[in-house]
Write a protein that binds this ligand. Sequence first.
Ligand SMILES: [Zn+2]
Length: 110
Amino acid sequence: MKIHKSDTVVIVRGKDRGKRGKVLEVNARSGRVIIEAANLIKKNVKPNPQIRQAGIVERPGLIAVENVTLVCPKCSKPAKVGYRVLGHDLTGEARSRKVRICKSCQEQIE
Ligand SMILES: [Zn+2]
């Protein structure tokens, strides 16, 4: 998955198109992510001593990863993600590490 937890993404399809938010959860198996304050779904919470806010609460729902684009933290544009292999040499296979890069500014995305 190109999207990781804690990334900032922009939603490119659906009712929340254009909204930016932080990735709270990534579900690689289903290819879906949860974005802070996006795709809100109403949930009925029953009163309970542990939950102060009973009644209808809104929670962010799952969004297909195809519907979001990573926002580059360096140039803050929606990024086309590429990959770069660091520390790769003929003997150091184990030390090499694949990192994401933003194709517009060529900066590494952590
Ligand atoms: Zn960039």
